[in-house]
Write a new protein. Structure first.
Length: 219
């Protein structure tokens, strides 16, 4: 009898502000092929993530072959995605897209350590899809709800919340506040920011160098 293919992990909805704090990773077995999980500070494991935001910049940072970096902002901060020869569909999409554009991304968290010991978090995308403003808005609402639910359950004693308490010196209420702020921003927004020519999502930095990763992670 043939073995069935392993099922994919659920892609967690998470805002950039929390994702970028999720620098601790772990596996749940000693198998060399065991999935690697990022530990979200609100007390959840994430082998895959799902987010929607505005692609504000893209650049081919590869030396010998194409290796695309995309900067995608949501109402709380910035995601960085990297796609090369092992993510051909995502790399092709980044090559084709014109910024700014609303995009939905499913991918795997990746962490890497810079020379000064800082842990950076990025996404290795499985898929990148161009979407509309309504899709982005629905994602913000659902992700805010999921974030608030995780914070509310944080003190219930689940194992990932206990791990988060040990690994991170961060009050989970920080992410509840960010989620509520994202909802407020959505209520105050009027229509499609890209169509109106205004700033999109939480990208108020103007793409300053301070937001750029210090180093490019390896493929």
């Amino acid at each position: 009898m043939s073995q069935s293919a392993p099922s994919r992990e659920v892609a967690r909805r998470v805002f950039a502000t929390e994702f970028n704090d999720a620098g601790f990773t772990f596996t749940e077995s000693d198998d060399e092929r065991a999935p690697v999980y990022a530990l979200l500070p609100t007390g959840e494991s994430a082998n895959r993530v799902f987010f929607v935001g505005t692609l504000t910049e893209k650049e081919d940072v590869g030396e010998d072959s194409e290796y695309w970096r995309g900067r995608i902002v949501d109402p709380t901060g910035t995601f960085f995605v990297y796609a090369g020869q092992y993510q051909p569909e995502a790399a092709s999409k980044l090559r084709e897209l014109d910024a700014p554009a609303y995009v939905a991304v499913v991918g795997k968290p990746r962490t890497y350590e810079t020379d000064d010991g800082t842990v950076r978090v990025s996404v290795r995308p499985e898929s990148i899809t161009e979407v509309d403003a309504a899709t982005r808005d629905r994602w913000v609402v659902e992700t805010a709800n999921r974030t608030i639910e995780r914070v509310a359950a944080f003190d219930d004693g689940n194992e990932y919340a206990r791990m988060a308490r040990e690994e991170y010196d961060i009050d989970p209420e920080t992410y509840k506040a960010a989620a509520l702020s994202a909802l407020e921003d959505l209520d105050e927004a009027d229509g499609d920011e890209l169509a109106d020519g205004g700033a999109a999502d939480g990208d108020t930095s103007g793409g300053s160098a301070a937001d750029e990763p210090a180093e490019t992670p390896d493929l």
